[in-house]
Design a protein around this ligand. Structure first.
Ligand SMILES: *Cc1c(COP(=O)(O)O)cnc(C)c1O
Length: 359
C-alpha cells in the first residue's frame, strides 16, 4: 500500500466551474471568470502561426514573452518568471519557501489554491478572518507565528471582489516578519480601476520579500493555454528557475501571450465591457433583492438573503436553463453565488432567469 506524504489526503480537491448542462446545447458559461470577448485577434493569429512547429521545444527562458511584458509594464525582464498559469507559480513559490511544519497564511475567503498548495508540500494553511468579506490586515498579522513562511493575498480577491488599498498592502508587508514572503496574486489587476488600488508591483520594486503574480487567463482571454507570470526579487526569480520545469510554458502560449500583452485595444475593450455590464448587472440583482458585493474584478458575488429562495436552488434553476454560475460553499459562502460578467446577451439572460426564480 502506497502512502502519500502527510497533508496530501487532507486536500479537498479543487472543483472548477461547470462547463456543461445536461440537455442544453449552448450553455452560458459564467462560472470561471473567463473573458466573454474571448482572446484578441493578434493572440489567436500568433497561436495559429505555431501550428507548423509543434515538433520544436519552446524557448525555456521565455525571453520574448518576458521582454514583451517588461516593455508593456515597464518592469525588469530579468525578474519576470513565467509559468503554466499563475497556479503553477503559486505551487512553485509554496514548494520553494514552505514545507512540513511550516504555516502558509491567507485570508478566510481567499483563493482556494493557497491552502491546496500549502497542504501539497506538507505545510499547514492558516486562514485569518475577514471583515465585511475583505481581507483584514490586523487579523492576518495576528495569525502570524514563528512558523509562518508565506502570506498569500489575492488583490482584488476572488471570489469576494474586494481589494486592499496600497496603504493597507504596505501596512501588511510592514507588519509581517522578515523572512515571510508576501505573494500578491493580482490576477484581476487589469480590471481594478480604483485610485487607491495597488497590484503589489511597487512593493516588489522596493523590497526583497514580495512577489506579484499575474495571469493571461482573465483579461487576455487565454485560459486554455495556461499562462501566468510572477514579478520577483532577483533571488526569488533565481530560486523559481531552479525548481521549475525547463520547458514549463508551451510554445503557443509564449507566442499568444506576447501578442496579447501588446494588444492594448483588446485589454481596453475587455475592461470597458466589464465595467459597463458589472454596473448594469449589479443594479438588476439589487432590484431583485439580492445583496451584491462591490467588485473590482470581472465577476460579482451575490448573496441570497431569503432562505426560501436559497443560493443552491438558484444555481440549479439557472443551470436547468443552461446558465452556469459558481456555487460558493467551498469558499465558506453557502448563501452566495458568483457570476462572471459575460456578454450583454449572457447578462440579460441571467438577470431574466434570476427574476423568474426569485419572483
Ligand atoms: C483565476 C485566478 C488565477 C489564475 O489562475 P491561472 O492558473 O493563471 O489560470 C489566479 N488567482 C486567482 C485569485 C484567480 O481567481
Amino acid at each position: 500500500m502506497l502512502t502519500p506524504r502527510p497533508g496530501i489526503m487532507d486536500i479537498a480537491p479543487y472543483v472548477g466551474g461547470e462547463a456543461t448542462a445536461p440537455g442544453v446545447a449552448r450553455v452560458v458559461r459564467l462560472a470561471s471568470n473567463e473573458n466573454p470577448l474571448g482572446s484578441g485577434k493578434a493572440a489567436r493569429a500568433a497561436y495559429r502561426s505555431l501550428s507548423g512547429d509543434l515538433h520544436r521545444y519552446p524557448d525555456g527562458a521565455a525571453t520574448a514573452l518576458r521582454e514583451a511584458i517588461a516593455e508593456n509594464e515597464n518592469l525588469d525582464a530579468a525578474r519576470i518568471v513565467c509559468g503554466a498559469g499563475s497556479d503553477e507559480l503559486i505551487s512553485l513559490l509554496t514548494a520553494a519557501y514552505a514545507g512540513p511544519g511550516d504555516e502558509v497564511l491567507y485570508s478566510e475567503h481567499g483563493f482556494l489554491m493557497y491552502p491546496i498548495a500549502a497542504r501539497s508540500v506538507g505545510a499547514m494553511p492558516v486562514a485569518a478572518p475577514e471583515t465585511g468579506l475583505t481581507a483584514d490586515v490586523d487579523a492576518l498579522l495576528s495569525k502570524v507565528s514563528d512558523r509562518t513562511r508565506i502570506c498569500f493575498l489575492a488583490n482584488p480577491n476572488n471570489p469576494t471582489g474586494s481589494y486592499l488599498s496600497a496603504a493597507a498592502l504596505e501596512r501588511l508587508r510592514e507588519g509581517l516578519p522578515e523572512g515571510v514572503l508576501l505573494v500578491v496574486d493580482a490576477a484581476y489587476a487589469e480590471y481594478a480601476t480604483a485610485e487607491d488600488y495597488a497590484s503589489g508591483r511597487d512593493l516588489v520594486e522596493a523590497r526583497d520579500d514580495v512577489v506579484m503574480t499575474r495571469t493571461f487567463s482573465k483579461i487576455h482571454g487565454l485560459a486554455a493555454l495556461r499562462l501566468g507570470w510572477a514579478y520577483c526579487p532577483a533571488e526569488v526569480a533565481d530560486v523559481l528557475h531552479r525548481i521549475r520545469g525547463p520547458f514549463n510554458v508551451n510554445a503557443p502560449a509564449l507566442a499568444a501571450g506576447a501578442a496579447a500583452v501588446r494588444d492594448s485595444d483588446h485589454v481596453r475593450r475587455s475592461r470597458d465591457h466589464n465595467l459597463r455590464y458589472r454596473d448594469w448587472f449589479s443594479a438588476q440583482a439589487r432590484r431583485l433583492g439580492l445583496e451584491v458585493f462591490p467588485s473590482a474584478g470581472n465577476f460579482l458575488l451575490l448573496r441570497f438573503p431569503d432562505p426560501r429562495r436559497p443560493a443552491s436552488e438558484a444555481l440549479a434553476a439557472l443551470k436547468a436553463r443552461g446558465i452556469l454560475l459558481r456555487g460558493m460553499a467551498a469558499y465558506g459562502l453557502p448563501d452566495c453565488l458568483r457570476i462572471t460578467i459575460g456578454t450583454r446577451q449572457d447578462m440579460r439572460a441571467s438577470a431574466a432567469a434570476l427574476e423568474e426564480f426569485l419572483t
